[in-house]
Design a protein around this ligand. Structure first.
Ligand code: F6R
Length: 614
């Protein structure tokens, strides 16, 4: 997602800020900008701002036309969330003497906008960020110096943020703050740096301090003073980074895919943020992208997607049926366009695509549109072709995914499907407030359980080593674990080039059981739920034919150890939510098998991240 940089020192900083932004390019962006301040040339000068849509090259070209002077500055690469990727929506945002860059999502931006509008504030962008600039300006007008003004303003903000703020009144400083989004401070010699990630500061210093949630920092050329939002002093020493710049870009992980697997708790938090109304057991209507009149017409939900996204829809279908009692179907987009589907105005067609650009899905959506169906896109990339064609969008906010094999985009799609199903169930009365409250409470606790599951990394790695010499593998699941088994098989074949099949466990005896012998690893996804007894029988059948079974089972299961050859015990969660947990060991398994085999994990052969051919 967005990238932030900041500099205060004695060097002219515009080029330095651009260099930092370049090192954050991997986070993905669609516009960029800078703001600088001249510290002390005798006269007071206004903040200089430059912004450009598209790649950093456009900002550099604009800088050549109009160089920015100053030794204090902030910079930003924006990955659009609220408002299109245009120059007015690009950061920095300016309000009076204040300029600010922000990474994250301000949840109460609509309420803040109403409040500020009533005071006569005029807005120049569609962003949630601009509200924060105006809040700080309001505090500045009340006579507060920058550090105090930022603390007072942020106390009024709910949501995720990392911000860097400069103030024409005090050109020798930057104020930074963090809650949920990352912020790193770099310690130079007579100069200080701020950035969203370590690689941006690593060419200049390897002494860094990672700001914690709820902390605010006052940066001057001589150092940093850190406080909590409520003004308590924080004393923490910087630490020394020993990674190379290339390693640092991956946050110390060997591959982007592994980094993205580990980012999933944060990604799910971002998908849920500002959308779950626990008090009313509901989903915030303005977030779902559908109006009530449209929803009232819906008699069937049709999911269309490709590849990994289509596996997320298999879960979505089950949720829509069980939580909203609405008949639901899934279809591969490429098959949907190849026949004459019977759909019409009472169908809600949900196109699911992380890139938002997959041509097959776009073509299927157009067919649905021609037939008069209601449309919704679930996508990760803002304003991409599929959400634009659908006219209604629910964004997953997973952040950019660099690894070609999808991981965090998949689990955030599961979350989007879940929120959609709850929303539909609450609208038509099938889902009671109490049941929804309970499920949503369990949902917001998922990131915690996902973190605990990620701690199994080393164990999964050990189990993966012998699999690297296999020629084939069978993944089994039932109920909500069926989509996870199919997705597990796809991950393995994509990145390790080992043939794998994902099967509904009940189908094994109808054919695939013929494949089972001592050379066939069987991975059974079998958390505690209503399918458990049945899949346990399927596992026994595989063992009776010498199959080598690795089971993904719930912690506390006392019998599976005697049936399967190896067990990965995962935390217990609501049975409907187990896919968020069971996905993780399967992703790690594929990753480590591929890594042991030495394949190109992040860019597997023949595959592309965005598939724009039919
Ligand atoms: C596999 C993977 C692909 C995509 C598929 C659709 O890891 O990522 O199977 O899911 O190409 O792409 P999107 O979701 O962008 O429509």
């Amino acid at each position: 997602m967005c990238g932030i940089v900041g500099y205060v020192g004695n060097q002219e900083c515009a080029d330095l800020l651009v260099d930092g932004l370049r090192r954050l390019e991997y986070r993905g962006y669609d516009s960029a900008g800078l703001a600088t301040l001249v510290r002390s040339d005798g006269e007071k000068r206004p903040i200089e701002v430059l912004r450009a849509v598209g790649k950093l090259g456009n900002l550099v070209a604009a800088l050549r036309e109009r160089p920015l002077k100053g030794t204090t500055g902030i910079g930003h690469t924006r990955w659009a969330t609220h408002g299109r990727p245009t120059e007015v929506n690009a950061h920095p945002h300016v309000a009076g003497p204040i300029a600010l860059v922000h990474n994250g999502i301000i949840e109460n931006h609509l309420a803040l906008k109403r409040e500020l509008s009533a005071e006569g504030v005029k807005f120049s962008s569609d962003t949630d960020t601009e509200m924060v600039a105006h809040l700080i300006h309001r505090e500045a007008k009340a006579g507060h110096e920058l550090f105090v003004a930022v603390k007072r303003a942020l106390a009024q903000v709910h949501g995720a943020y990392a911000v860097a703020v400069i103030d024409q009144r005090q050109p020798d400083r930057i104020v930074v703050a963090k809650n949920a989004s990352p912020l790193v401070i770099g310690f130079g010699d007579g100069e200080m740096f701020a950035a969203s990630d370590i690689p941006a500061v690593l060419p200049y210093t390897n002494r860094v301090l990672l700001l914690e949630d709820g902390e605010v920092g006052l940066l001057t050329a001589d150092g940093i003073q850190v406080e909590s939002l409520d003004g308590k002093k924080v004393e923490r020493e910087p630490r020394t980074i020993t990674w190379s710049a290339a390693q640092a870009e991956k946050g110390g992980f060997k591959h982007f895919m592994l980094k993205e697997i580990h980012e999933q708790p944060r990604a799910i938090e971002d998908t849920l943020r500002g959308r779950v109304d626990l008090a009313n057991g509901d989903i915030i209507a303005s977030e779902i992208g559908l109006d009530e009149a449209t929803v009232a017409k819906v008699q069937r939900v049709y999911f269309i997607a490709c590849g990994t996204s289509s596996h997320a829809t298999l879960y979505g279908r089950q949720l829509v049926e069980s939580l909203a009692g609405i008949p639901s179907q899934c279809e591969l987009a490429s098959e949907f366009v190849g026949r004459d589907p019977v759909i019409g105005p009472t169908d809600l067609v949900v196109a699911v695509s992380q890139s938002g650009e997959t041509l097959d899905t776009l073509a299927a959506l157009k067919v649905a549109k021609e037939k008069g169906a209601q449309l919704l896109a679930i996508a990760n990339v803002i304003h991409s072709a599929i959400p634009r064609a659908a006219g209604a969008a629910f964004y997953t906010h997973a952040g950019p995914e660099i690894g070609v094999a999808s991981t965090k985009c998949f689990t955030t799609q599961l979350a989007a499907c879940l929120l959609l199903a709850v929303y539909l169930g609450r609208r038509n009365g099938k889902l009671s407030k109490e049941k929804a409250q309970e499920l949503l409470q369990h949902t917001v606790e998922l990131p915690h359980h996902m973190r605990a599951t990620l701690a199994l990394d080393d164990l999964v790695r050990d189990l993966a080593r012998p699999l690297a010499s296999s020629h084939s593998a069978l993944f089994l699941g039932r109920g909500v674990s069926f989509p996870i088994a199919v997705e597990g098989a796809l991950k393995l074949k994509e990145i390790s080039y080992i043939h794998a099949e994902g099967y509904a466990a009940g189908e094994m005896k109808h054919g695939p059981i013929a494949l089972i012998d001592a050379n066939m690893p069987v991975i059974a996804v079998m958390p505690d739920d209503r399918s458990y007894e049945k899949i346990a029988s399927n596992v026994q059948e595989a063992r009776a034919r010498d199959g080598v079974v690795i089971a993904i089972a719930t912690r506390g299961n006392s019998e599976i150890g005697a049936i399967a050859n190896k067990v990965i015990y995962v935390p217990k969660v609501d049975p409907l939510l187990s896919p968020f947990i069971t996905s993780i060991p399967l992703q790690l398994l594929s990753y480590y098998v591929a890594d042991f085999k030495g394949t190109d994990v992040d860019q597997p052969r023949n595959l592309a991240k965005t598939v724009t051919v039919e």
